[in-house]
Design a binder for this molecule. Structure first.
Ligand code: CMC
Length: 431
């Protein structure tokens, strides 16, 4: 971050205040308002953080107008086609692409942490069978702090490293266990001879009674879904992780907070909501009715899987996933599936509709990921847990960056108070 010669002048009650301007390596300049309250006695107001940078970061860059997503400078489409999930994890965590030896060492470290403490099995059994797997995930990941006491001290870089590897390694195991528990099947232990994505499919779909072979096209598609969701700079769940950790909370508690935030339908929960919406529409002839509802100001309905806070041109992740969806559906011989027909026609109609064009609303990553996951055999309730396990590396990378930053201080937003001013307590008989 370099302070430029430029500054902004704020004039308030006849006084001028000079505000320094920082230039990022990419993106718009940033006005530094940190001393504004101390100097001018005013706060700034920005609900939803539409104009506020909450931190500086070197991990991920998004240009929403160009539809560009870079991890450590590398474009997401190159990473999705040439790299794979664990290599992208390394890149996000350590800043550079690994050498062959570094990658092998990292993969070994992750693989050696895939099992969970055996006592955690009992912990799972405390949940109702019909619990949403996201509810189980929030609880079990939070409970990791009760199982892994030797990686809770956030001031110790070694413990931070161990916690990071544990979370990346165990999230697929925990998500698969949540799924198996919900369908009444036995937990399946990880297999360390499989790659990360194939192992996850194995833990979800194999049963002890018979052999299960992971189809390489499906594991490649799963790897791509994981890669495309790995990080997305300061989105709601990442900001939640940063805010939780700003108090010094342990990494497992912070990631559980991120998972809780991701669950919402405006964020990671959109992939489940999108598939449920496609099922509710059911047939192509009902699409106009739903498009009309999405456009109606008096109807809270929104087309799930459409629109994005930052991307206003195209979601680069959606472009890659659309291609993966075609491959997977063809492989599985379900490309004439009625749900897919509805999805394709909905996409076509919305992209030609003046409302969606004018508001720059187009399919986002959640529109296609749900279609692929459904075709693979996952129930809709597993879509958001899969998003959570892929985003864990992004949360962890941002958390590590934040803890190592000497400027790190507890997050404490201000408010515009519109409530009552001080008044005297009224006894109950007089109210
Ligand atoms: N369907 C219909 N209208 C929409 C939609 C939609 N999906 N999204 C935005 N709009 C309209 C909205 O009504 C508003 O209209 P007006 O200006 O007339 O009030 C305008 O477009 C701008 O919307 P906004 O809510 O101010 O935009 P935002 O940046 O705050 O919200 C969003 C972004 C992703 C929450 C929103 O587009 C949305 O709710 N989409 C559906 C949920 C979804 O697919 N979420 C996944 C996002 S990508 C993955 C992730 O982040 O986890």
């Amino acid at each position: 971050m370099t302070e430029t010669q430029k500054s902004a002048t704020l004039t308030l009650n006849g006084e001028n205040y000079e505000l320094p301007i920082f230039s990022p390596t990419a993106g718009p300049d940033v006005v530094d308002i940190r001393k504004l309250y101390a100097q001018a006695g005013v706060f700034t107001y920005d609900p939803g953080f539409t104009s506020t940078a909450s931190c500086d970061s070197t991990i991920t860059y998004i240009d929403g107008d160009k539809g560009e997503l870079l991890h450590r400078g590398y474009p997401i489409d190159q990473l999705a086609s040439k790299s794979h999930y664990l290599e992208v994890c390394y890149l996000l965590l350590y800043g550079e692409l690994p050498t062959a030896a570094q990658l092998e060492d990292f993969e070994t470290r992750v693989t050696r942490h895939t099992m969970v403490h055996e006592q955690m099995h009992n912990f799972f059994r405390g949940f109702r069978r019909d619990a949403h797997p996201m509810a189980t995930l929030v609880g079990v990941v939070g409970a990791m702090s009760a199982f892994y006491h030797d990686s809770l001290d956030v001031t110790d870089p070694w413990q931070r490293e161990v916690a990071a590897v544990r979370l990346i390694a165990k999230l697929p195991t925990i998500a698969a266990m949540a799924y198996k528990y919900s369908i009444g099947q036995p937990f399946v232990y990880p297999r360390n001879d499989l790659d990360y994505a194939a192992n996850f499919l194995h833990m979800c779909f194999s049963v002890p009674a018979e052999e299960y072979h992971v189809n390489p096209i499906l594991s490649r598609a799963m790897d791509r879904i994981l890669t495309l969701h790995a990080d997305h700079e300061q989105n709601a769940s990442t900001s939640t992780v940063r805010l939780a950790s700003s108090s010094g909370a342990n990494p497992f508690a912070c990631i559980a907070a991120g998972i809780a935030c991701l669950w919402g339908p405006a964020h990671g929960g959109a992939n489940q909501a999108c598939l449920e919406m496609l099922k509710e529409i059911g047939t192509v002839d009902r699409i106009p009715e739903y498009i009309a509802r999405a456009k109606d100001k008096n109807d809270p309905f929104r087309l799930m899987g459409f629109g994005h806070r930052v991307y206003k041109n195209t979601d680069p992740r959606a472009k890659v996933l659309k291609q993966s969806a075609d491959e997977v559906l063809e492989l599985l011989g379900v490309d004439d599936n009625p749900l897919l027909q509805v999805a394709k026609e909905l996409e076509r109609t919305a992209l030609h509709d003046e409302y969606f064009i004018q508001k720059k609303l187009f399919p986002n990553v959640d529109f296609y990921s749900g279609i692929i996951l459904e075709a693979m055999g996952f129930p809709t309730s597993m879509f958001t847990p899969i998003f959570a396990l892929s985003r864990t590396v992004g949360w962890i990378s941002q958390w590590k960056e934040m803890i190592a930053d000497p400027q790190n201080k507890i997050g404490r937003p201000r408010q515009l108070y519109l409530g009552e001013t001080m008044r005297d307590y009224v006894d109950i008989e007089q109210r």
